[in-house]
Design a protein around this ligand. Structure first.
Ligand code: NAD
Length: 492
């Protein structure tokens, strides 16, 4: 391990089940690699179906007590956990930055962002109101109460190793659910540290359990949860392909599902937009996390009349981005997560060039004295993008902004919506009538209007169409972990 933390005890490599850190039942581990170099820097538990089932048993047995705690007890636990996350923010950011590759400044931002969900749901825990139904007949009293759904399995991706798992665990625990979790195989250490802090905050044994596994074992671990009727909900963030697989498998025991899946976000710059604001918005939304974000604009539509001005300003900004290792304070774009990710970016760019795109900046891997490793890709702007290109239909998940020209509003809305995905969409316009018209027509769960930074713990995050269903954050976020019970009292 090459990492020095103020709290080395936050580096955990075993599973946490029923309040105990323990190796996988086969005592096996798998390597976690530094994305910059591809070199192994830690070994974590390579779990099996048996480990997953042991975690389920612990969560199931802890459920009755946890759901019967007062909301104040659950809220106070979340507040203590929140404080511990903030107290250890620098260690968490360094750990995340090492295993995921995002620049330190962004990793610090993600710790604060993830922590904000814990704080938010500490408050929301206190507001799980039900309803009293006004009576239409005498002699009856009818109520609706909300109850925790039960054991929740949380499965998360590598691109936001802390925020994705925090925004699932916090509402689940607030609602009174217990949790079994599996972080992405590339980035388990941040999640394990987060669980260590939950333990320190005084969470009862069995309420929160985490197991890690390599990609080869993931079907065994998640499969054990899918077939177990004690697991009542799967909350998943990741690719649409895996989301569909989970939906099919979860049908056997009719589990609740929240699916936060892939996107293919359009970003539209109308002729009446503030061009500087649009460039700024694209920089924020496209190049954060090296473009490895589900709400990243994947297709940038620019009106003919402002295309050249927008492209010039954008290229100046993109070419000036600092690419380098995540632990250098000046780095703005770190390495991509792994070789597979860089190969996909290369494939999309090559395919775009074959279909008539031209490179305005970037367009290659970079390896030099600063960005010294095989997984760095230059921030890229492509001109003359069109819908024959692969990148128009599939997330590139890298620092590539393809510019499409358009001529009129109707045509661009049709193009923007012409995708099976519907997570986020953005547009820039200063015409108030157009703003309402276009917002109404966008087929996405989230719309950024003259704004590139759209995520917040106070707002509902989630998609439509094949980007999934369910919402995280906001007052709606708790509903995903609760179900209604109708009580009808007669003979009054
Ligand atoms: P992925 O679907 O490959 O993996 C996500 C999680 O699912 C990981 O924990 C992985 O181990 C697990 N998994 C993989 N195969 C599985 C299987 N057969 N059975 C059960 N679990 C399995 O996705 P990824 O590459 O880690 O993440 C990138 C994807 O996630 C992108 O498509 C991105 O858009 C999406 N994403 C969505 C959101 C959102 O909120 N909508 C947020 C971040 C990322």
């Amino acid at each position: 391990m090459i990492l020095t933390l103020k709290r080395p005890d936050l580096i955990r490599t075993e599973n946490f089940i029923n309040g105990q850190w323990q190796p996988s039942n086969l005592n096996e581990s798998y390597p976690v690699n530094n994305p910059a170099t591809g070199q192994n820097f830690a070994q974590v538990a390579n779990s099996t179906a048996q480990d997953a089932t042991q975690a389920t048993k612990a969560a199931y047995e802890a459920f009755e007590d946890w759901r019967n705690q007062t909301t104040k007890v659950r809220s106070e636990f979340l507040l203590r956990w929140h404080q511990l996350i903030l107290d250890n923010a620098e260690d968490l950011a360094r750990l995340m930055s090492l295993e995921q590759g995002k620049p330190l400044a962004e990793a610090r931002g993600e710790v604060a962002y993830g922590a904000s969900y814990v704080d938010w749901f500490a408050s929301e825990a206190l507001r799980t109101y039900g309803d009293i139904i006004p009576e239409t007949v005498s002699g009856k009293q009818r109520l609706v109460v909300k109850e925790a759904v039960g054991v929740v399995a949380a499965i998360t991706p590598w691109n936001f190793p802390l925020a994705m798992i925090a925004r699932k665990i916090a509402p689940a625990l607030a609602a009174g659910c217990t949790v079994v979790a599996k972080p992405a195989e590339d980035t388990p250490l941040t999640a394990l540290a987060l669980v260590a802090l939950a333990d320190e905050a005084g969470l009862p044994a069995g309420v929160l359990n985490i197991v890690t596994s390599s990609r080869d074992r993931v079907s065994d671990v998640v499969g054990a949860w899918l077939e177990d009727a004690r697991v009542r909900k799967i909350t998943f963030t990741g690719s649409t392909a895996v989301g569909k697989l989970l939906a099919r498998e979860a049908a056997a025991t009719l589990k609740h599902l929240s699916l936060e899946l892939g996107g293919n976000a359009p970003f539209i710059v109308f002729e009446d937009a503030d061009i500087d604001a649009a460039v700024e918005g694209l920089m924020v939304s496209k190049f954060r996390n090296g473009g490895q974000t589900c709400v990243c604009p994947n297709r940038v539509y620019v009106h003919n009349r402002v295309y050249d001005a927008f492209a010039d300003k954008l290229v100046t900004r993109v070419a000036a981005l600092h690419v380098g290792p995540s632990d250098r304070e000046e780095s703005q774009i770190g390495p991509m997560i792994n070789e597979r990710a860089v190969e996909k970016i290369e494939r999309h760019v090559q395919n775009a060039l074959q279909h008539g795109a031209t490179i305005l900046t970037g367009g290659t891997r970079i390896q030099n004295d600063i960005a010294c490793g095989p997984h760095y890709y230059a921030p890229t702007v492509l001109a003359n993008a069109n819908h024959d290109m692969e990148l128009a239909h599939e997330e590139t998940f890298g620092p590539v902004a393809p510019l499409f020209r358009f001529e009129n509003e109707e045509e661009v809305i049709q193009a923007a919506n012409n995708t099976p995905f519907g997570l986020a969409g953005y547009f820039y316009s200063n015409d108030i009538k157009r703003v309402w018209r276009v917002a109404n027509k966008m087929q996405t769960g989230i719309v950024g209007i003259n704004e590139g930074a759209i995520t917040s713990e106070t707002a509902p995050f989630g998609g439509v169409k094949e980007s999934g269903y369910g919402r995280e954050g906001s007052r709606y976020g708790l509903d995903d972990y609760m179900e209604m019970k109708y009580l009808c009292q007669g003979n009054l």
